[in-house]
Design a protein around this ligand. Structure first.
Ligand code: MCA
Ligand code: AMP
Length: 500
């Protein structure tokens, strides 16, 4: 048996002296060197006790060794579990307890805290810091640069990605080798990515977008990657004339449009701009085309499904639509109440089936059963319309979700944290339009009768509990929440009231 993801993405580069990662400090990591680094890190993982199917939990800065660590987990037959570097100790504690990893890799500054969290689950802690040093790195430097790849089949898990849930508890989406590889093949072919491409990579690498969409396709094609530690408008503008591809969230494009240096001439070498993770406003699409001559290609996906649809590479990229189902992926629009398919032109639930669809939620069979039908169709929670020719438009979400700068924020998680505060009766968290992030978070809080709660006091309690990007920008104290006749909170009323 082979290891299908490793064999497709990493092994073919073993003797290639072509550039893979071009880093911020000007250094370049050729493909063959990367393959050797992956082997060294795989040795470190196995020496730390990682066996096939074990989770490798990773919360580290964006570095070339972080990507090598992902590939090393795959080569060692383990399950890679990256999390947002913004998560707090309280959030990490939940993930680590739920996933019971064998190894946790963290920033050296967090080692003491994570060691405490890891002790009850018996996970070892290794470190990798933003300066590229740490115990993981020291051990890798001393390890052999060849590793006998652990066999893994197509249904074996390669990654576990936590995605927040409407019930307030994050769910681990189990992604198999087949899920990841099939999607990488579809996207590489559709977007015509080759070894002649140079991708500007400015996304975080703890989500599907930056890790799988951007890097699995680059690895499959043997493309070069200008690997940036973080998004920076100046850096991207400097790289445009030397690059061919950019993948980003809509905020990338509104920020680029704010800069007059982004012109047709500067983008002349670019072949493709891709946007996803959040709705791209039609006005952004049009303004970018007017300014640069490039029609941003919008695609649609989810952590659970990888990418689902894409606008065409050749053909009309229509603003406000997310294009057609990827090859091998079926999309069905259904009545949210009955699950029966609806006709083209009618709004319904977007459901998806294919090799890209995950294996279920970690340790949550009832949630898996509720969202993944026995027919194989996954219920996305997004509402859409299919045109007669199959082109999909997303028109809303049935799930209560805010997307801020491409990060998903589930109101229930924040409401639970606010409602736990002494003196709070209830709360409603909702998104309002934001010029940079698309949406931002507000909270309306109803104090208990006679209680004296202040905005600052609430903020102080939330601060250490939730990652910064989830924090409401305001806590608005009121006497009551607007409700409909059924008693359901009318968030649409709040959204309208506080839109400006
Ligand atoms: C940073 N901050 C944010 C966000 N990002 N607040 C709300 N929403 C955000 N997205 C806050 C920080 O906590 C900080 O707060 C302040 O903004 C500045 O932080 P900084 O790191 O400097 O921000 P930035 O570099 O300007 O980051 C903005 C960003 C980043 C580049 C848009 O958020 C980003 O890279 N987003 C991409 C997310 C992504 O990859 N999503 C894919 C999910 P303070 O100053 O108060 O401390 S995968 C997915 O959705 C599916 C599968 C799909 O289809 O792709
Ligand atoms: P996540 O849970 O982080 O995987 O985010 C997935 C969600 O992001 C989807 O269910 C959609 O609601 C949203 N999303 C991703 N791509 C797009 C897009 N192009 N347009 C609108 N929403 C999108």
């Amino acid at each position: 048996m082979t290891n299908i993801l490793y064999d497709a993405l990493i092994a073919p580069h073993a003797f290639s002296d072509r550039s893979f990662l071009e880093c911020d400090d000007g250094s370049t990591i050729p493909y063959a060197e990367f393959v050797r680094r992956v082997a060294q890190l795989a040795h470190v993982l196995v020496n730390a006790g990682v066996g096939p199917g074990d989770r490798v939990f990773v919360q580290v800065p964006k570095r070339s060794d972080t990507i090598a660590l992902y590939a090393a987990a795959v080569q060692a037959g383990a399950v890679y579990l990256p999390v947002n570097t913004a998560y707090t100790q309280a959030e990490l504690s939940y993930f680590i307890t739920d996933a019971s990893p064998r190894v946790v890799v963290c920033d050296p500054k967090d080692e003491a805290v994570l060691s405490n969290i890891c002790a009850p689950v018996g996970a070892s802690v290794l470190t990798l810091g933003s300066d590229g040093t740490g115990s993981l790195i020291a051990a890798a430097d001393a390890a052999p640069d060849h590793f006998d790849t652990v066999p893994r089949g197509q249904d074996d898990l390669a990654a576990l990605l936590y995605t927040s849930g409407t019930t307030g508890r994050s769910k681990g989406a189990m992604l198999s080798h087949k899920n990841l590889l099939s999607n990488a093949h579809s996207l590489t072919e559709l977007w015509q990515i080759t070894d002649q491409d140079r991708l500007i990579h400015a996304l975080p690498i703890f989500h599907s977008h930056g890790l799988f969409v951007a890097l699995n396709t680059s690895l499959l094609a043997g493309a070069r990657v200008r690997f940036m530690a973080a998004f920076d408008t100046d850096d991207i503008i400097a790289e445009l004339p030397k690059s061919t591809l950019l993948m980003g969230v809509p905020t990338f494009y509104t920020r680029l449009l704010d800069d007059p240096r982004v012109t047709q001439e500067r983008c002349a070498n670019m072949r493709l701009f891709v946007s996803g993770s959040a709705p791209l406003l039609a006005e952004t699409h049009t303004a970018f085309a007017d300014r640069t001559g490039h029609h941003i290609l919008e695609r649609y996906g989810m952590t659970e499904t990888n990418m689902i649809t894409s606008n065409p590479y050749d053909g009309d990229r229509i603003a406000g639509t997310v294009g057609y189902p990827l090859p091998g992926t079926e999309v069905m629009i259904t009545d949210p109440e009955t699950g029966a398919p609806v006709s083209p032109g009618h709004i319904g639930m977007i459901e998806v089936r294919g090799d890209n669809v995950f294996q279920g939620y970690w340790n949550m069979p009832e949630k898996t059963a509720a969202e993944l039908r026995s027919s194989g169709f996954f219920i996305t929670g997004d509402l859409g319309i299919a045109a007669e020719d199959g082109r999909i438009s997303i028109v809303g979400r049935q799930k209560d979700l805010i997307i801020s700068g491409g990060y998903n924020i589930y109101p229930k998680e924040i409401e639970d944290a606010i409602n736990d505060i002494d003196g709070v009766l209830e709360s409603a968290v909702f998104g309002v339009p934001h010029p940079d992030f698309g949406e931002s978070v507000l909270a309306v809080v109803i104090p208990d009768p006679g209680a004296s709660v202040t905005e600052d006091a609430i903020a102080n309690v939330i601060e250490p509990k939730l990652a910064r990007f989830k924090h409401p920008r305001r806590y608005i104290l009121r006497d009551a929440l607007p409700r409909n006749t059924m008693g359901k909170v009318q968030k649409n009323v709040l959204r309208t009231e506080y839109a400006s």
